[in-house]
Design a protein around this ligand. Structure first.
Ligand SMILES: Cc1ncc(C[n+]2csc(CCOP(=O)(O)OP(=O)(O)O)c2C)c(N)n1
Ligand SMILES: [Mg+2]
Length: 586
C-alpha cells in the first residue's frame, strides 16, 4: 500500500493513503455514472482523488448555490446529482437547496463531511447535529462509520435518491473515515449503477387501470392535469399518445409545463393561481368547471396548481397517477393508480384500446373549438402588453421577444416570484417534453441562476437562459465569478423593477400597505457582471432588448441583461383580480 499518490489536478503528490476511504467513495460515484461533483474542496480527501476516477469538481462560491446547481443538473440530465460540503455552517447552507429538491422530487446525493469519529460529541470545530438539520429536507440521512461499509452506504444513498419519489439523500462522512487506509481488493465490491432516475419503474394495479380507461371513455367532460412528475418520469410521449388517441384535453401545472406541446389543439396551457386578466389559461375556466372526470398525473395538487384547491369541481370523479402513494388522495379522493407515470400511462394507453372511445371522438371537435377560442381570447387580451413599447418596459414584452428568439433547444430556467409566472404564461412549449426549469418546489428566491449553471453543465451545447427578479438575483450574484472561472456560459435576464414586487403587491392587496423592506436602491446589475468578468448589458428601452438578447446568446461568455422594468407590472395572479392594484393596468 502506498502512502502517497499522484494528484493530476494539482500536479503534486499528496499524503493520502492509497487507497483510502475517499477512493472507495469516488469509485462508487464513478460506478453510478457521476461525472461532476458540485463542491468547494470539502471533504478534501474526496475532492482530491476524484480526478483519478475521471470526475471533476464544479466549484461553487456558496453552498446554497451549490445545492441549486446540483438540482438544475439533475433536472436537466435525468441523472442523480452530487453536491458536497463541509460540516457545520457549510452543511447548514445546503438545506434550502435540498428542501427545494425534496418538494420538487429531484434526486441529489449530498456528501457532507462530519467530524472525526473519535471527536464526536466533544464540541469539535464546526460540529453540528447534521441529521437534525437534514431530516426535514432530505428523504434519507445516514452517517457511515466503517470503511468496509462505504460502498453499501453510497449505494443506499443513490437508491434513496433515485427510487420511488426521487429526492435528496444525505451521506455524512467523518473526516477520518475518508483518510483511513483500506485494503485494495475486496470480495464484496458492488457492481450496480444507480445514478439515473427513475431507478425502478413499477406499474399501477391493472384492474384499476382498466377502470380508469372505462371512466375516461364514459365521462362527459374528462380532463388531464399533468404535473412535474411527467418530466421526472420522462412520460411525455406516453401522455402525448393518450392525449391524441383518446382525444383528451390536457392542462399542466407550472412544474409540468411542456409535458405536452402547448401548440396541440387539445392543450389548455398552464393552469393554477395565475388565471387572472391576461393569463394564458384564463379563458379555459369554463372547460375546467364542467369537468366531470379529472386525471392527475405526477401532480402533488399543491396550493398554486389548484388555486388554493378551488379550481376543480367537487363533483368530479378523480383518477390520480403518482409514484408517491401519499400524494394520491391527499387533496382529492381518487381512483388510486400508484406507479411510475410512464409505465402506468403506457398501460392506460393499452387499456384505452379495449374501451369504446366513440364518445371521445364525437366530443373532440367541440373540445378543440373551446380551447382554440380560449387561446384566441387570451392572445386578443394580451396582445397589447406583449407588443408594448412602454418605458419602463413591460415584462410581457420581454417574454414575447424571448419567445421569438429562443429555439426548441433553448433551456429556460426561471427563479421564483414573478419571473416564473411571466415565463409560464408568455412562453410556449412547442413540443411534448420541452423543459422549463423552475424552482417552484418551495419557490425560494435565488434558485434560478445556480440552477441554470447546473443545467448548462448537463447540456453544454444548449443555450441556457435564466430569468430572475432583481431581489432573487441578489441572493446569488457571487456565482458570476464561478461562471467565469469554470467557463460556464449562461444568459441571465434580470427583471429589474427595483422592488420585491410580489411582496409589495401582495401586501398591498392583502393588507392595504407594504413594509419598507420592499423598495431597493438602484442597482446596475450589468456593472456587477462586468466587475466579475462577465458581459453586462443594461436595457431601458424595449427596442434594445431583442438585440441584446441575441448578442448574449451568440456570445461565448455569460451575460447579464439588466432590464429596467415597470414596477407596477404584475402577472395574472387570481389574488389580484378585482383588486385594482394600479389603475393603469387593471
Ligand atoms: C428565500 C426567499 N425569501 C423570501 C421569499 C418571499 N418572497 C416571495 S416573492 C418575493 C419578492 C421577490 O422579488 P424579486 O426577486 O425582485 O422579484 P419580483 O417579484 O420583483 O419580480 C419575496 C421576498 C421567498 N420566496 N424566498
Ligand atoms: Mg424585483
Amino acid at each position: 500500500m502506498n502512502t502517497v499518490s499522484d494528484n493530476p489536478v494539482l500536479g503534486v503528490r499528496h499524503k493520502l493513503p492509497n487507497p483510502c476511504g475517499a477512493h472507495l467513495v469516488a469509485r462508487a460515484l464513478k460506478r453510478h455514472g457521476v461525472e461532476v461533483l458540485f463542491g468547494q474542496s470539502l471533504p478534501s480527501a474526496l475532492l482530491l482523488v476524484i480526478a483519478e476516477f475521471g470526475m471533476r469538481q464544479i466549484a461553487y462560491r456558496t453552498e446554497n448555490a451549490g445545492a441549486a446547481m446540483a438540482d438544475g443538473y439533475a433536472r436537466a440530465s435525468q441523472k442523480v446529482a452530487v453536491v458536497t460540503a463541509q460540516n457545520g455552517p457549510a452543511a447548514a447552507l445546503l438545506a434550502p437547496g435540498l428542501a427545494e429538491a425534496l418538494k420538487a422530487s429531484v434526486p441529489i446525493v449530498a456528501i457532507v463531511q462530519d467530524v472525526k469519529r473519535t471527536q464526536t460529541d466533544k464540541n469539535a470545530f464546526q460540529e453540528l447535529d447534521h441529521p437534525d438539520i437534514f431530516r426535514g429536507c432530505a428523504k434519507w440521512v445516514r452517517r457511515v462509520t466503517e470503511v468496509s461499509r462505504i460502498e453499501d452506504y453510497v449505494d443506499m444513498a443513490f437508491t434513496a435518491a433515485a427510487s420511488g419519489r426521487p429526492g435528496p439523500a444525505v451521506l455524512l462522512c467523518p473526516q477520518d473515515l475518508l483518510l483511513e487506509a483500506v485494503t485494495p481488493d475486496s470480495d464484496g465490491e458492488r457492481r450496480a449503477s444507480l445514478g439515473t432516475y427513475p431507478l425502478d419503474r413499477c406499474v399501477a394495479d391493472p384492474a384499476r387501470i382498466n377502470e380508469a380507461a372505462q371512466t375516461l371513455a364514459q365521462a362527459k367532460h374528462p380532463l388531464i392535469v399533468a404535473g412535474g412528475g411527467v418530466h421526472l418520469s420522462a412520460a411525455h410521449d406516453a401522455l402525448a399518445r393518450l392525449q391524441e388517441s383518446a382525444s383528451l384535453p390536457v392542462a399542466t401545472t407550472s412544474m409540468g409545463k411542456g409535458a405536452v406541446a402547448e401548440t396541440h389543439a387539445l392543450s389548455m396551457g398552464v393552469i393554477g393561481y395565475f388565471m387572472g386578466t391576461r393569463g394564458m389559461a384564463r379563458h379555459m375556466r369554463a372547460s375546467i368547471d364542467r369537468a366531470d372526470c379529472v386525471l392527475f398525473v405526477g401532480d402533488r395538487t399543491n396550493q398554486n396548481g389548484t388555486d388554493s384547491w378551488t379550481l376543480f369541481p367537487q363533483s368530479a370523479r378523480y383518477i390520480h397517477i403518482d409514484i408517491d402513494s401519499q400524494e394520491v388522495g391527499r387533496n382529492y379522493e381518487a381512483l388510486r393508480l400508484v406507479g411510475d407515470a410512464k409505465l402506468t400511462l403506457a398501460a392506460l394507453n393499452e387499456a384505452m384500446l379495449r374501451v369504446d372511445l366513440s364518445k371521445r371522438r364525437a366530443a373532440r371537435s367541440e373540445v378543440e373549438q373551446k380551447i382554440a377560442a380560449g387561446k384566441k381570447a387570451f392572445h386578443d387580451e394580451a396582445r397589447g402588453m406583449l407588443n408594448s413599447d412602454a418605458v419602463p418596459i413591460r415584462p410581457e414584452r420581454l417574454m414575447n421577444d424571448l419567445r421569438g428568439v429562443m429555439t426548441p433547444d433553448t433551456l429556460i430556467v426561471t427563479d421564483a416570484s414573478y419571473s416564473s409566472i411571466w415565463a409560464m404564461n408568455y412562453l410556449t412549449a412547442g413540443y411534448a417534453g420541452q423543459r422549463f426549469l423552475t424552482g417552484r418546489g418551495l419557490a425560494g428566491l435565488g434558485w434560478g441562476f445556480p440552477a441554470a449553471i447546473g443545467a448548462k453543465i448537463a447540456h453544454p451545447s444548449r443555450e441556457v437562459v435564466c430569468i430572475a427578479g432583481d431581489g432573487a438575483f441578489a441572493h446569488m450574484w457571487s456565482e458570476l465569478e464561478t461562471a467565469v472561472r469554470m467557463k460556464i456560459k449562461t444568459t441571465i435576464i434580470v427583471l429589474n423593477n427595483q422592488i420585491l414586487g410580489y411582496q409589495w403587491h401582495a401586501e398591498d392587496v392583502m393588507y392595504g400597505n407594504h413594509t419598507d423592506a420592499c423598495q431597493f436602491s438602484p442597482v446596475d446589475h450589468a456593472a456587477i457582471a462586468r466587475a466579475c468578468g462577465c458581459e453586462g448589458a443594461r436595457v431601458e428601452n424595449p427596442a434594445e432588448f431583442k438585440p441584446a438578447l441575441e448578442r448574449a446568446m451568440r456570445s461565448s461568455f455569460t451575460t447579464v441583461i439588466d432590464v429596467v422594468i415597470d414596477p407596477k407590472a404584475y402577472p395574472p395572479l387570481t389574488l389580484y383580480e378585482g383588486a385594482r392594484l394600479f389603475d393603469r393596468q387593471t
